[in-house]
Design a protein around this ligand. Structure first.
Ligand SMILES: Cc1ncc(COP(=O)(O)O)c(C=O)c1O
Length: 383
């Protein structure tokens, strides 16, 4: 009620994905569920309980703000890890709440140690090292300073992790770069071992790395996109397709996005439909107005190209997508009525519109599309 569209999230699909991914990483590796970007658009408040139900106890986010959102819904015994932004004034909050965080420069590390000393509580740190992504992480030449500082301050932290992030493991074109990153990470790891620093969890893999480079799995994997049922890229899917011969697509999409027909209208031949002159009715037509536009996450780029499902049939978007509505051509569908279900993403009878085809139509990455789904569209868990 009071919403123009809604999103359904399938519990069964999520369980299936977690089961499949856990099988790939083996029972000894910890599954960290990456729930940044409002759980890739699925809603933190939906995904965290679902993940816990499926036995996941570790959650990765980008910022302290996101960590706080997870903290509000998390169950007992689950851990949160911040991989990115943590302002100086948030460090005390993080340590007090047992929240783990990446350290990637001496400044943050120093502040974490100082705060831990002041609180008399150990900071739970993950040392991020730079292996070639060139975003955040300690460079190899900083190791002597870093390691001697860590050894001096050992009573003030728990070395939860040693980690890095790959620069595009989903694309074959980055193969050499990823291989070099794996080699360099091993060198960092040896350096730590030689100096008697033993991280509890070494973790480098995101979805694509875990799915295609088994040596990156180590003690923990940070799974984002794949847990939500999406392949990071067609190459990743092809790679697994060759290995997992029993099932051509072991990942299941969890999201369906639905609305309903707001109003129907007859248009005489020779009239333009919607703003401007991008669509001309060349015969008498029946059109349906759907109350979802670009303000609701349905890209304007889908004007005259998008498709939705009504009464089990695929119908084209005609004219320009407006801020709050799109118009579709239902001339050839008998019996369409106000209130009929409209599937924007998902299945209806035997047809379906996948996120990937939707992304192709709107030239977006699935990551982009998901995280841009407005937070105010209500999400419901369905079986
Ligand atoms: C540091 C880090 N780890 C893991 C992930 C998860 O990546 P994916 O969604 O491709 O599994 C991300 C996502 O961007 C990330 O930034």
């Amino acid at each position: 009620m009071f919403n123009t569209s809604y999103i359904e999230i399938s519990r069964k699909a999520y369980r299936n994905n977690i089961r499949y991914l856990k099988k790939i990483i083996g029972k000894d590796a910890r599954f960290s569920s990456v729930v940044k970007g409002n759980a890739y658009g699925h809603g933190v408040e939906n995904i965290v309980p679902l993940a816990e139900e499926a036995g996941v106890r570790h959650f990765s986010v980008f910022s302290a703000r996101e960590a706080n959102d997870v903290l509000n819904v998390i169950g007992k015994g689950s851990q949160i890890m911040i991989m990115g932004l943590l302002d100086d004034e948030e460090i005390e909050w993080a340590i007090s709440n047992d929240i783990e965080f990446f350290v990637f420069d001496m400044d943050r590390l120093g502040r974490a140690i100082e705060t831990a000393r002041m609180l008399r509580k150990k900071a739970r740190i993950h040392v991020e090292v730079e292996t070639g992504f060139n975003r955040t992480g300690f460079e190899y030449d900083r190791m002597p300073d870093l390691v001697s500082y860590l050894k001096e301050q050992q009573e003030h932290f728990i070395l939860e992790g040693l980690c890095t992030h790959y620069a595009g493991a989903e694309s074959l074109s980055n193969y050499l770069r990823i291989k070099n990153q794996i080699t360099l990470f091993r060198k960092f790891n040896r350096y730590f071992s030689r100096h008697n620093l033993h991280p509890l969890f070494r973790h480098t893999a995101c979805s694509a790395a875990a799915l295609t480079y088994p040596s990156t799995i180590m003690e923990m994997v940070r799974f984002g996109i794949a847990q939500y049922g999406f392949w990071p890229s067609p190459e990743t899917h092809m790679f697994r397709f060759q290995k997992d011969t029993k099932d051509s697509n072991p990942l299941r999409r969890m999201i369906s996005w639905k609305s309903k027909v707001m109003v129907l209208k007859d248009v005489e031949a020779g009239n333009f439909v919607g703003y401007g002159s991008s669509y001309l009715a060349n015969k008498k037509m029946k059109i349906a107005i759907i109350p979802v536009g670009y303000a609701n996450g349905f890209s304007r780029a889908l004007s005259n190209t998008g498709r939705v499902l009504i009464r089990g049939r695929r119908v084209p978007v005609i004219g320009t997508v407006t801020m709050n509505t799109m118009t579709v051509n239902v001339t050839d569908i008998p019996g369409v009525q106000r209130g009929d279900e409209v599937v924007i993403i998902g299945k209806q009878n035997r047809l379906s519109i996948s996120i990937s085809s939707f992304c192709e139509m709107s030239e977006q990455l699935n990551y982009q599309l998901l995280t841009r789904l407005p937070a105010d569209i209500p999400r419901f868990i369905v079986e």
